[in-house]
Design a protein around this ligand. Structure first.
Ligand SMILES: [Zn+2]
Length: 295
């Protein structure tokens, strides 16, 4: 849970979401810019691999020690760590993406498509930009990206980029190019069903384990507060100050998850690690990264 978004449900947040779904000329230009950046930045998002913490948590999920996982991450890496053992429906049932996912796109009428499919549609609509992306990939170059998969560009004209219309809307005789990724943006509320499910997960759990989050977003913080109100035992693994620090009733370990998680999971699972080749493999998998500040 390392990704941090600004507080979600405040009326004073910047109007980024409103620009993205704006049906005027201005909104059209905004989406052109947004989707061009996203188009160019998609390859590293698509190719990102889970780290050792993702796999250690996956081992606990697979062993049913962690029946439900709520993540603030939007990169889909918790899903990827379980891709060889769980199908899509199983992953959706066990993992809740509180702030959405980079891997889905939806139109303003609620039609959803896979981000990879949308990438193909963007390529088809913009052959000249596809050539540019192909060249980048062929030479091993990558545009500079931020964690959202957005690209920093200089001197590139956005107005040549074409955002395709939603195919489902088109089949219903409606022109609609108001498409956005299934992410929570500035000024956008978390969907009611996601919010309800996050509360239900907290209410049904026997205990809560928080990994790598400062709980800067209110949507995550209020779940912790709810767990404490219900007298659930809470353990937090995080380095540095967090929004939860003034609260009483939780235990905190100031260590990097990337350093301790594998060994901790080995200790929890004991002989199951050697008895189950899937768990054993999970605890050997994952990109090893140096601990970061918010890890
Ligand atoms: Zn549509």
């Amino acid at each position: 849970m390392s990704r941090q978004l600004p507080e979600q449900e405040s009326a004073s947040t910047p109007a980024f979401y409103h620009e993205l779904v704006d049906s005027t000329e201005k909104g059209f230009a905004f989406r052109q810019r947004y989707w061009l950046r996203s188009y160019l930045g998609y390859t590293p998002v698509r190719d990102a691999l889970p780290n050792t913490t993702h796999y250690a948590l996956a081992a606990l999920q697979y062993s049913s020690i962690i029946p439900k996982l709520i993540t603030q991450n939007v990169d889909g890496l918790h899903h990827k760590a379980l891709s060889s053992v769980w199908n899509t429906a199983h992953k959706q049932e066990r993992i809740l993406e509180l702030h959405g996912s980079l891997h889905k796109v939806h139109c303003s009428h609620g039609h959803v498509m896979d981000r990879a499919t949308f990438q193909d549609r963007l390529s088809a609509a913009n052959p000249e930009w596809k050539t540019y992306v192909d060249e980048l990939e062929a030479t091993g170059q990558r545009p500079r990206t931020n964690p959202d998969g957005d690209v920093e560009l200089e001197g590139i004209a956005y107005d040549s980029f074409r955002v395709p219309e939603c195919a489902t809307c088109l089949a219903e005789n409606r022109h609609n190019s108001i498409l956005k990724p299934e992410l929570i943006f500035f000024g956008e509320s978390i969907r009611q069903d996601v919010r309800d499910r996050s509360y239900a997960d907290i209410e049904h759990c026997s205990r809560l384990f928080l990994v790598g989050t400062t709980l800067a977003t209110y949507s995550a913080f209020r779940l912790l507060r709810h767990a404490l109100e219900l007298k659930k035992p809470v353990l937090m693994l995080n380095i540095g100050p967090t929004r939860a620090d003034p609260l009483s009733g939780l235990e905190k370990i100031e260590m990097s998850s990337r350093i301790v998680m594998r060994d901790a999971v080995r200790a929890v699972l004991g002989s199951r690690v050697d008895d189950d080749p899937i768990i054993e493999r999970m605890l050997r998998s994952g990109v090893v990264q140096p601990p970061s500040e918010d890890d």
